[in-house]
Design a protein around this ligand. Structure first.
Ligand code: ATP
Ligand code: MG
Length: 332
């Protein structure tokens, strides 16, 4: 760990090694194919942080279903739940898992020792738990406190082509750790009246982290979530966000879709719950949009064995036939 020590706020003093093979001093434009993927064979270990300090905008839904969609494309993917609410963890039926991400921050356990297999061969999950609430306080006086996650990930990120970090609804120390560890930021925005509120603060934080901690950090895209084509307000918000952020907004729009909200209670990403739903289709499209900016690995490289294999599916785990959408309700 000591060889990765460097003073906080020392851009350019990135730890040596291919995991940090970023383009120095150039904040990548959205969509640019550079940083860890440039000129490297897979796995590339590109790290996406899903960030918005606003609560309930679709961060976890996006992290879970984007990671699952990457994995469905045979891209080895690690989903890191970095929110003490542990919603991404329970979305895979892994609530109460130990060890979890807090143990990696505190140095109790390496991240490789906590990966959980899932029903998707190419997807592993690092779970979270309530202990992580304590980390925010405990880290305040710690050395290199913004780099704990980056260091914990360093020993594992090369094992995966893609890493997705689900962040808590704050711009506190946990989110700073995620931004310091990430290559790209995905910002979900709910299509509602106050969608843009707080976004300036988020963008300033990303800029600050880029300047002080992580020069390779760039915005991958702003993602419009819970969109409802039949709702005027939703359409107006979409227009305004696209006018404001232009090319930085993903082409893919995530619709409001009841299957997306039902899937976590079955411990599954939506594509294993109802692959034909509009929610599943949208996240598969989003994954294709993101992957379209990266070189394709030849051949696909599955991840190493997880520390904890996925349990064999039981007959009782069978996904019930989803009910038909209520007439006039949310389209599937
Ligand atoms: P928090 O800030 O608390 O972590 P979050 O930003 O992670 O929240 P989610 O948990 O993903 O947000 O979503 C909030 C709620 O909205 C959840 O109940 C989720 O199931 C639901 N939801 C998210 N996206 C959609 C969607 N596209 N259609 C329908 N429901 C959705
Ligand atoms: Mg969440």
């Amino acid at each position: 760990m000591s060889q990765q020590e460097r003073p906080p706020g020392a851009p350019g003093a990135m730890a040596p090694g291919p995991a940090y093979d970023r383009v120095e001093g150039s904040a990548a434009e959205p969509g640019a194919t550079q940083g860890p993927s440039a000129g490297r064979a897979a796995p590339m270990g590109r790290v996406f942080a899903v960030v918005n300090q606003k609560g309930g905008v679709g961060k976890t839904t996006t992290a879970v279903n984007l990671a699952a969609s990457f994995a469905a494309s045979e891209r080895s993917t690690l989903l890191v739940d970095f929110d003490p609410q542990a919603n991404a963890t329970s979305a895979f039926g892994l609530a109460g898992s130990s060890p979890h991400v807090y143990d990696a921050l505190s140095g109790e356990c390496v991240m490789k020792g906590m990966t959980r297999g899932t029903e998707l061969r190419y997807l592993h999950v690092v779970p979270s738990g309530r202990d992580l609430y304590g980390a925010e306080v405990e880290l305040v006086s710690a050395i290199s406190r913004e780099r704990r996650l980056e260091r914990a990930l360093a020993e594992i990120r090369e094992d995966y082509e893609l890493v997705v970090i689900d962040c808590p609804p704050s711009l506190g120390l946990l989110t700073l750790n995620a931004l310091a560890a990430a290559d790209r930021v995905i910002v979900p925005l709910q299509c509602e009246y106050y969608a843009l509120e707080g976004l300036a603060g988020l963008m300033e934080t990303v800029e600050l982290v880029r300047r002080e901690l992580n020069p390779g950090l760039a915005i991958e895209g702003v993602l419009l979530t819970m969109a409802d084509a039949r709702n005027n307000l939703s359409r107006q918000v979409e227009e305004e966000v696209r006018r404001h952020f232009g090319e930085q907004v993903f082409r893919t729009l995530i619709p409001r879709n009841v299957r997306l909200s039902e899937a976590p209670s079955h411990g599954k990403p939506v594509l294993l719950y109802d692959v034909h739903s509009k929610g599943a289709t949208a996240y598969l499209e989003l994954a294709a949009e993101v992957l379209g900016r990266l070189p394709a690995p030849q051949p696909p490289t599955p991840p190493p064995s997880p520390a904890f294999p996925a349990p064999e599916p039981q007959a009782s785990d069978a996904v019930p036939e989803p009910e038909a959408e209520p007439a006039g309700g949310t389209p599937s």
